[in-house]
Design a protein around this ligand. Structure first.
Ligand code: BDR
Ligand code: CA
Length: 309
């Protein structure tokens, strides 16, 4: 049976590739896509999600979510993703409209109407998911797990202590991490090892499929930011890790841990405090992914891109 999922995202180059991977997978069934502000405003991330799904020839419902974090002003990442949030390739105009429902309502409807438990895959700030969990606590038991991209045990990418998605809405992240739902955390510890090198990008481009070329063009833009600002030897493909774990968990090395979110620290706001050495002896609420078979990950992406037109 396919794993039914809701993708909650802020496309975003790596979010877009996560959507493409999930769509191509025979193991996953995307029941709904919800959008959140983060990489760009929520109007832009919603438009981008509709464009990507149109490109894929799909009309999976896309619902627009929160325009800002629960208690804070929005931070965007236009230096990484450009003015549109998805600068680079030419994408088709959407062939369909966004849902009339708010993202939180579409999540609730999707979970309520499903006979199987739903997996939520958040690849942006956790505002929609936190609001869904607090507004519909009775639906919590119908959530199988949350496979999210966010956080880091070690080092941040937006401040020295915080990863972008968690920093955008730390209070929402705290609600999600304390929800009791099993969380699989693809943080920077693993995503900075999920590097896409130039040679991988050319492999996708030469797959001959429209999807392969589009992903390569997304990565052309994404790589420029990383090459100009860091010395990683590639671009960390963050968001697709949260999807890849559902398709092929054997690619990852993981550890069950307790984790909490810093919501007050002056220097450490948005830090995911992971008790790696079990100092606190508290209940383990996350599966921390901290290593990846990088070449296997690239092969997985390439194989899925070859399946698409
Ligand atoms: C995360 O931040 C966003 O810019 C990316 O889409 C990813 O979800 C990485 O820190
Ligand atoms: Ca994202």
């Amino acid at each position: 049976m396919k794993i039914p999922i809701i993708m909650d995202c802020d496309p975003g180059h790596d979010d877009a590739i996560a959507l493409i991977l999930a769509h191509a997978s025979e193991k996953l069934d995307i029941r709904a896509i919800t959008t959140i502000a983060g990489n760009q405003t929520v109007e832009k991330t919603t438009l981008n999600a509709l464009k990507i799904m149109t490109f894929l020839g799909s009309e999976i419902p896309v619902a627009m979510g929160c325009a800002k974090p629960l208690f804070r002003e929005l931070i965007t990442a236009s230096e990484v993703h450009g003015e549109t949030g998805l600068d680079g390739p030419v994408l088709p105009e959407p062939s369909y409209e966004k849902s009339d429902l708010h993202a939180v309502e579409l999540m609730a409807e999707t979970v309520r109407n499903s006979s199987e438990k739903i997996t939520i895959v958040p690849t942006g700030a956790l505002t929609n998911v936190a609001l869904f969990l607090t507004s519909y606590p009775q639906l919590k038991e119908n959530i199988q797990q949350i496979s999210l991209m966010g956080g880091a045990c070690w080092g941040g990418n937006w401040t020295p202590a915080a990863e972008f998605n968690i920093l955008v809405d730390p209070e929402a992240a705290k609600i999600v991490f304390e929800s009791g739902i099993p969380i699989i955390m693809s943080g920077l510890d693993v995503t900075h090892k999920a590097l896409i090198k130039d040679v991988d990008r050319e492999r996708f481009r030469s797959s001959g499929t429209k999807a392969g070329i589009m992903v390569a063009e997304l990565l052309d833009f994404f790589a420029k930011f990383h090459d100009d600002n860091f010395d990683f030897g590639g671009s960390p493909l963050h968001d697709p890790c949260a999807v890849a774990w559902l398709i092929e968990p054997e690619l990852f090395t993981s550890k069950l841990c307790h984790a909490d979110i810093e919501t007050k620290g002056k220097l450490t706001l948005g830090n995911t405090v992971v008790d790696v050495y079990e100092v606190l002896k508290k209940e383990k609420n996350i599966t921390l992914l901290y290593d990846i078979d990088r070449e296997g990950f690239v092969d997985l992406l390439a194989a899925h891109l070859e399946k698409l037109p």
